[in-house]
Design a protein around this ligand. Structure first.
Ligand SMILES: [Zn+2]
Length: 111
């Protein structure tokens, strides 16, 4: 754990304070919103360059919504400082936290 502490000891502003990344996705089939919490220390896969230096991190995440239970596959890449570089998704779409809150609010009827 000392290594991790050192890695994160001097991080600048803008990083997630709790080392967590929150993903909000929407199922491409039934439209159900899903919130996934990614732990930046535990959930990322390290990638190395030719010099065996850490070149970045990768995350592959299988997400299942609670309505139709179809899997959604999200893939994110990060730089060596665990800052997000890119993201892609299959079977759904990324939505904002606001969209998630709106979609997961109790429905008032028509849909
Ligand atoms: Zn679904």
């Amino acid at each position: 754990m000392d290594l991790l502490r050192r890695l994160f000891g001097g991080r600048g502003p803008g990083g997630p304070p709790d080392n967590a990344l929150h993903l909000y996705v929407r199922c491409g089939r039934c439209g159900a919103p899903v919130h996934v919490r990614i732990h930046l220390l535990n959930d990322l896969t390290v990638e190395y360059d030719d010099n065996e230096q850490v070149s970045g991190y990768r995350l592959r995440k299988e997400i299942m919504d609670a309505r139709c239970f179809r899997l959604i596959y999200a893939e994110l890449t990060f730089d060596a400082h665990r800052r997000e570089v890119s993201r892609s998704i299959e079977g759904g779409e990324f939505i904002s936290q606001e969209d998630y809150a709106r979609l997961s609010a109790p429905s008032t009827g028509a849909s």
